[in-house]
Design a protein around this ligand. Sequence first.
Ligand SMILES: Cc1cc2nc3c(=O)[nH]c(=O)nc-3n(C[C@H](O)[C@H](O)[C@H](O)COP(=O)(O)OP(=O)(O)OC[C@H]3O[C@@H](n4cnc5c(N)ncnc54)[C@H](O)[C@@H]3O)c2cc1C
Length: 447
Amino acid sequence: MKVVIIGNGISGITAARHIRKLSDHHITVVSDETDYFFSRTALMYIYMGHMRQIDTRPYESHFWVKNNIHLLKDRVIEVDFHNKKLHLKNERHHLDYDKLIIATGSSPNKFGWKGQDLEGVRGLYHLQDLEYIEKHSKNLQRAVIVGGGLIGIELAEMFASRNIPVTFLVREKSYWSNVLPKEESAMINKHILEHHIDLKLGTELQEIIDNGQGKAEAVMTNKGEKIPCGFVGLTAGVHPNIGFIKNTPLETQKGIIVNNLLETNITDVYAIGDCAQLQDPNPGRRPIEAVWYTGRMMGETVAYNICGKSVQYNPGIWFNSAKFFDIEYQVYGDVQAHPPENHESIYWEDSNHKKSIRIVYDKNTNQVLGFNLMGIRYRHELCEKWIKEKATLSEVIQNLGAANFDPEFYKQYEQELASIYNNKFPKEKISLQKRRGFNAFLSLFKN
Ligand SMILES: Cc1cc2nc3c(=O)[nH]c(=O)nc-3n(C[C@H](O)[C@H](O)[C@H](O)COP(=O)(O)OP(=O)(O)OC[C@H]3O[C@@H](n4cnc5c(N)ncnc54)[C@H](O)[C@@H]3O)c2cc1C
């Protein structure tokens, strides 16, 4: 059987690897960005000089030959679903498939701003964007970044690492306030300012001004301020990269519609990763989740389905991680910026505003629903187990020491959390379990 995968990102490559583990199908991966799979999340580190591009490749080049996975650097310009053929930009031949997986990822949003296609205006998504940014960084006097999400803050850090002044336009009144709870969002606002970024909250891009030669020379904000700059980074979110299959029989909305087996409306055609839109997502989950981990899970699931072992896509407990300059961020489970009535949380923040722990629970049942961690890491497996097994807040706080990594190397804050708990629930005071660290962690997994 001939399996063709469009896209060599985390979802397409995970699918290829697992199909190989499960079968001897003929596998071809077509992608136009790079010859080899690389970690998109590490793009910023290439710019900052921490890594070379080659270091961002999780597999050696010979891995693909050894595993009989054919890689083709080309662009698919059209899919003939009726005859099961792909039309490629460079190859004169068409590519036939028996089963097709579309894993084409995302593209940065543009909202029709005047000047959005000028020279010196770009999003950060593909390796080519990074090369473009590199080229425009020479003698750059100021960059303006539009859009306060995860990629925007990475781009700000990248320019700041080269002492290029940055103005950061964030439409919301506080950084990433549609995702982060109020306190964590405020912490990151402060942190951005500490890094000498000119953060402009509640400010939108109105237009990008042409220097008369087709290049950006300034932006105008909705507050009437003109900010001179040589580069404008557009980081106001992403959308599924599916332009080339619009106006075909494939059912799409924002993304390619798939069921829980990741099948599209066309037989033998599947979609995974950022470009897929689940018809029926699990409660509390979004139909499109443009993150690395979901791409990986979808890649593995689709491989089973293609190899004849029917497996439903089940993303489990929500997890995400990122970094805001020097502050690492981890979220497990249901932590909402605007929590519903039954959500309550215990929140601790250190006096330097660089670390915080939030444990969200259901105030009717006291069951723990989620963890939001800034500058601190807890063991993923344990947080997940507590959420899955509906552990109560007191149970979690008493055993919190077990969620820490090696106590010799990391400061611990269970006592602070226990004190907050005891103040909040004076009639149910708890004391911490003495066992901490790895042994405590193991003991919780014994039964
Ligand atoms: C700067 C940055 C930082 C990020 N950081 C994080 C993070 O910290 N944590 C996290 O969870 N997620 C992060 N993400 C998001 C994460 O990288 C994406 O969710 C993930 O890469 C999506 O994987 P994918 O396989 O669906 O698609 P992609 O990685 O986008 O791969 C799709 C590939 O298909 C190719 N392609 C598209 N159309 C065609 C065509 N017609 N023909 C041929 N090839 C085509 C594309 O060029 C691309 O190479 C980050 C993204 C960026 C840009």
